[in-house]
Design a protein around this ligand. Structure first.
Ligand SMILES: Cc1ncc(COP(=O)(O)O)c(C=O)c1O
Length: 240
């Protein structure tokens, strides 16, 4: 938090406008309240922040396109003016958003018991993601990689930046049907097995490709797989 405090002071000194993008609240520390600490600090420090939140991941509402834009005004009058400006922007853009997902989130966040349940379930998802980090890390070692993959277990949140370059990602996609974004960002919300690890490894180090891939494609190691009891999202399987 000291670093956030420093950022807050700098933003104030330089009269910058702070804008937060919060898409994975609860997945970083496992505690949804704690993950909002930086935003709260900025508000306490008197910043007039803007905040965009996505509820796609932490509420499991990807298909509903639900999120929120919050802007803190200096006073009620200013807040009203901001809302009025926003309505002018929104009107020709999407006019009325779909309501179903937003109502689900509202129902949960307006009820202390449901909110507590949501926070608890976020912790479950974060724990599982961390287990998957260890699982992939171990699997990479098991298929023979001597590269240091500690960044996979050190990073937080839903993704791991694997370090794979675009060319390597494309090869994984085309040859092995293992998917991640072009910048090498892997979703950690899915189960890892030896085959996926070997594909990542062999694409990392192409000269080992043949030898490693030959030994592993049929080996779906159950010991390396953690039971996906909490959040076996089908759609997330698309991304590795
Ligand atoms: C950092 C970040 N912000 C915003 C978004 C957008 O969220 P949504 O897909 O719910 O619009 C994403 C989506 O992946 C994201 O990673």
């Amino acid at each position: 938090m000291e670093q956030w405090k420093e950022i807050s002071d700098t933003v104030k000194k330089q009269k910058l406008v702070p804008f937060f993008d919060c898409a994975y609240q609860g997945f970083a520390s496992g505690d949804a309240v704690r993950d909002a600490a930086a935003v709260r600090l900025f508000v306490e420090d008197g910043h007039l922040i803007s905040l965009v939140q996505s509820f796609s991941k932490n509420f499991g509402l990807y298909g509903q396109r639900v999120g929120a834009l919050s802007v803190v005004g200096a006073n009620e009058e200013e807040a009203k003016r901001v809302v009025s400006q926003m309505k002018m922007v929104i009107r020709p853009m999407y006019s009325n958003p779909p309501r179903h997902g937003a109502r689900l989130v509202t129902t949960i966040l307006e009820d202390p018991r449901l909110t507590a349940e949501f926070i608890e379930q976020c912790r479950g998802m974060a724990d599982r993601i961390n287990t998957m980090r260890t699982s992939l890390h171990n699997a990479l070692g098991a298929v023979g990689s001597t590269k240091n993959w500690d960044h996979i277990t050190k990073q937080i949140g839903m993704f791991a930046y694997s370090g794979l370059a675009k060319e390597q990602v494309m090869k994984m996609r085309e040859k092995h049907h293992v998917y991640c974004t072009a910048d090498g960002r892997i979703s950690m919300a899915v189960s890892f097995c030896r085959r996926k690890a070997s594909v990542i490894y062999c694409n990392w180090n192409l000269k080992h490709c043949l030898s490693v891939y030959r030994v592993s494609p049929r080996v779906m190691s159950t010991t390396l797989r953690t039971p996906s009891t909490t959040f076996p999202s089908k759609s997330s399987q698309l991304f590795l």
